[in-house]
Ligand binder design. Structure first.
Ligand SMILES: CCCCCCCC/C=C\C=C\CC(=O)SCCNC(=O)CCNC(=O)[C@H](O)C(C)(C)COP(=O)(O)OP(=O)(O)OC[C@H]1O[C@@H](n2cnc3c(N)ncnc32)[C@H](O)[C@@H]1OP(=O)(O)O
Length: 718
């Protein structure tokens, strides 16, 4: 709702009241209409102040309403009505003014912000555009180039930048409300015509076409295949070239197109699922609501390799004092130097004062960890080494210290078995670079206690990461699903495709990089090492093993052969591609002839592999593994899997995540295709449709949010 009150000085104050973010729900819009009409009709009122309750102006339209039939007064005429008011309307921006919230403020005649406030036209992040006049008013207010950037990225703009750009008229460190009231008194009675942005002309650069073209190029690089940013560019072009009324018409047309697109639905799904992941539960009844996290006042990181350094920086940035441990002086020195320069760069980039960073001390002595609340072991993926460390930690650390292991797939239970308190051992799978990537898989072993889960999830929040609770199995959720996907990519090469063909299809789907480019970037030796450990290749491989088969299943030795010949990816200048210029991947004629030789050596008839087959085999095998993970209870819900893929594996947000995508494509179609590919390749068990998929199809393919109820009938590893 919106509360109305009159205060001395002939001011009407209208307060948006809809916790937690004062979203513009149907009721709020109705109340704004009513209260603004009341204030404009009241002869005693000379000016109006519009603010939000609880220190937040407005978080925009109520996103929940987008999936229902829209009721109540629309935003556009409501904002027009405010702009047309003869009495000055002053917006008080505290906390946030996002999306429709900022559009509402742009309809007001003046905007006064608190210095801690943030503004933004965030609609593009929800697959939409600012369709309450935002695409037309903002360019008129601050010029086309700045507005184009804000509208196409949806980025949050600080109050300081907002005043510099002219989005707000004033910023104050003290009470924005009091400032606005005093200001409103000074402008009461003035003509408001010059303050109506709809009457302004957008300041436009001479090279408008090249500005817009440049924006489209950046959009294609950043979010391939996403419709909303492209529509934003078109709407800004309209603001630059058309009168306001026609620009508004264009804005509405573009919104209608986006609103009904699957992409908007997918991105709004991502918004809610990301928040839902924090509400974890386990079948034992433990949950985020009934389990208290232990306070973390001091943390330690063991190992200052790539992951350890990023984790230490993350902790420090969250204001947590850190003790960083290494085994040798030389490594300690190198780690200290790297961490300190990362922190300096971070504080410069984010404008963080040194005082807000947690201190980091460096030591070779594990005994220094006796008072730490939480330890994150981040040494390499070596089970024996990890167990040795956990055994030592048990004797050094406080009995209630949480012991975390950063692993991308090792058995948490086995690591915990080396600790004297296995219930306080939890897996924390960070993603590289750990101080940048948002995802944290919180891995529960069978003995991990609810308190350990709660503390790790609370830590994720403090580190500004998205924590997702997953069960213990090889590769957990994310990496386990990657395996069948990568395997299909190898098989496609064996059958006739080229790496650049596979990558192009995946990039057109929306991934920032195709799988072969990703492997070249992270290093082919990563997978090679783990295949050697598993005895799939290298010295542990039993003599006489067939080259293209392991345990009766198809196996591709292609990546092993590349590694054996020293092609480890970007770092060696060649992998699946050639890198003559640093980081620029070019198709390698050598690889082409190598693949031809390989096919003839194994009698494989090369064929043209179509784009649909590439996409379906790669994605559906990954999705199929997702269904198996649900069936085994390794993930609590399909939503959790989707959050993992969107925030940690570059799955395009506008496709919602693999499980959501499967539902959008149609579960019967996914099932059909998997059956077809499995018939054609019976030696690839991953292509055999999972029973969970079959079950969902048999139940009429219910929407994703209903799957959890079906999954609960199965076992859970959480
Ligand atoms: C056929 C054509 C028809 C066209 C008709 C349509 C016409 C529409 C016209 C105009 C449209 C305008 C579009 C918009 O305004 S879209 C919304 C834009 N707003 C945003 O993008 C802001 C989203 N919210 C956030 O970024 C954050 O929530 C923030 C406001 C920064 C607060 O962050 P934080 O303090 O961390 O809290 P949470 O994110 O956890 O949020 C708390 C709970 O509030 C819920 N929430 C937040 N924003 C909204 C919202 N706009 N609508 C509904 N609910 C919202 C959030 O889900 C959390 O809920 P819960 O606790 O249950 O998880």
């Amino acid at each position: 709702m919106a509360l109305y009150r009159r205060i001395p000085g002939a001011i009407a104050v209208i307060t948006l009241t809809n916790p937690p973010v004062n979203a513009l729900s149907c009721t709020v819009r109705e109340a704004i209409y009513e209260t603004v009409k009341r204030a404009t009709a009241d002869q005693e009122v000379k000016a109006i102040v519009l603010c939000g309750a609880n220190g937040k102006f407005c978080g925009g339209a109520d996103i929940k309403e987008f999936s229902r039939e829209m009721r109540g007064p629309p935003l556009v005429p409501m904002i027009d009505m405010i702009e047309e008011s003869e009495k000055p309307v002053v917006a008080v921006i505290e906390g946030v003014a996002f999306g429709g919230g900022l559009e509402l403020a742009l309809g007001c005649h003046y905007r006064i912000a608190h210095s801690g406030a943030q503004v933004g036209l965030t609609e593009v992040t929800l697959g939409l555009l600012p369709a309450a006049g935002g695409t037309q008013r903002l360019p008129r207010l601050i010029g086309v180039p700045a507005a184009l950037d804000i509208i196409t990225t949806g980025r949050h703009v600080s109050a300081q930048e907002a005043v510099r750009l002219g989005i707000v008229d004033k910023v104050t460190d003290s009470s924005a409300m009091e400032e606005a009231i005093e200001f409103a008194k000074t402008v009461a009675g003035e003509p408001m015509g010059p303050r109506r942005l709809s009457l302004w002309t957008a300041a436009c650069p001479e090279d408008l076409d090249s500005l817009l073209e440049g924006a489209l190029v950046r959009i294609r690089q950043r979010s391939r295949g996403a419709l909303a940013p492209v529509a934003c560019v078109q709407a800004v072009r309209a603001a630059a070239s058309l009168p306001f009324a026609q620009g508004m018409k264009k804005e509405q047309e573009l919104m209608a197109y986006l609103f009904t697109s699957g992409q908007a639905r997918a991105m709004q799904y991502c918004f809610f699922t990301q928040r839902a992941a924090a509400r974890w539960t386990t079948p034992s009844g433990a949950s985020w609501e009934n389990t208290k996290a232990r306070p973390v006042r001091q943390a330690a990181v063991i190992g200052l390799g790539t992951m350890g350094k990023g984790i230490a920086v993350s902790l420090s940035r969250a204001g947590i004092p850190v003790i960083a441990v290494e085994t040798e002086q030389k490594r300690l020195k190198a780690g200290r130097k790297a961490v300190n320069s990362m922190l300096t760069r971070e504080s410069q980039k984010r404008g963080l004062a040194e005082a807000h960073l947690g201190s980091i001390s460096f030591t070779l002595d594990l005994r220094k960890l006796r008072d730490t609340d939480l330890v994150i072991e981040a040494v390499f993926e070596d089970m024996a080494l990890k167990k040795q460390i956990f055994s030592k930690l048990s004797s050094v650390c406080r009995p209630d210290a949480l012991l975390c292991t950063n692993t991308s797939g090792l058995n948490i239970d086995e690591i915990a078995s080396a600790a004297s308190r296995p219930e306080l051992v939890v897996g924390t799978h960070f993603f590289a670079p750990a101080h940048v990537m948002k995802l944290l898989e919180v891995v529960c072993g069978p003995r991990t206690s609810p308190v350990a889960v709660a503390t790790a999830m609370q830590l994720a929040k403090r580190l500004e990461k998205i924590g997702v609770v997953v069960g213990n199995c090889s590769g957990f959720v994310g990496n386990r699903m990657m395996r069948p996907y990568t395997e299909q990519a190898y098989y496609l090469l064996e059958e006739g495709a080229r790496p650049e063909e596979v990558d192009l299809v995946l990039e057109e789907f929306g991934f920032a990089m195709g799988i072969f480019r990703v492997m070249d970037l992270s290093g082919l030796d990563v997978g090679w090492r783990s295949r050697k450990e598993l005895g799939l290749t290298g010295p542990k491989l039993p003599p006489g093993t067939e080259a293209r088969s392991r345990g009766g299943k198809r196996y591709s030795p292609l990546p092993d052969i590349l590694c054996e010949s020293g092609r480890l990816g970007q770092k060696t200048g060649r992998g699946w591609y050639l890198y003559e210029k640093e980081r620029v991947a070019t198709p390698d004629p050598w690889l082409q002839s190598f693949l031809e030789d390989y096919r003839s050596r194994f009698g494989i008839q090369s064929r043209r592999v179509g784009q649909d087959e590439i996409l379906e085999r790669c994605l559906y095998s990954l999705i199929n593994e997702g269904f198996r993970i649900l069936q085994e209870g390794i993930a609590a819900s399909p939503e959790d899997i989707d959050v993992i893929y969107v925030s940690g594996y570059g799955w395009p947000r506008h496709r919602g995540g693999p499980m959501f995508y499967a539902w959008m494509v149609g579960l019967p179609k996914v099932l059909d295709k998997l059956e077809h590919y499995h018939r054609t390749h019976p030696d690839i068990p991953n292509l055999a449709p999972s029973s969970m998929l079959r079950k969902l199809v048999a139940r009429g393919s219910p929407p994703v949010h209903q799957w959890r109820a079906l999954i609960q009938q199965h076992s859970s590893q959480l």
